[in-house]
Ligand binder design. Sequence first.
Ligand SMILES: [Zn+2]
Length: 156
Amino acid sequence: MDNKDFLSKAIELAVDNVANNGGPFGAIIVNKDGKIVGRGQNRVTDTYDPTAHAEVQAIREACQQLQTFQLTDCTLYTSCEPCPMCLGAIYWARLNKVYYAADQQLAAAGGFDDAFIYEEISKQHEARNIPFIALQLDNRNAPFEKWIEHDEKVKY
Ligand SMILES: [Zn+2]
């Protein structure tokens, strides 16, 4: 299977998911040996989980299957350009590379907020649709101080 075959599989998952009352998004994760180690379909509405995007679902499945929280040698194939949340998840999972089919403009035409959220990121905090307000509490660094001095932490 080549990159186009894997990406076609992700699109198939997305198309099948619509017939199953899910969102029009599908993703797969392939390891360095060309084996599919994770599959994901958008299940936001039926699981009442706004984070259940196809990419996140695929990352969760691959990490469980490989018993790791870093997918360093794996590649993600997704039917649509990842939204900012999934982009973050992809960076946290340390995936090697991403191939996508539709872009965020096509997602916007389909009624999805991907492009809107990308625009929000570049705005000043106070100009965002959802305000982000930093409160300067005296103990705001306590979690990091605790983390830095903790000797047996699992770094990620
Ligand atoms: Zn997403």
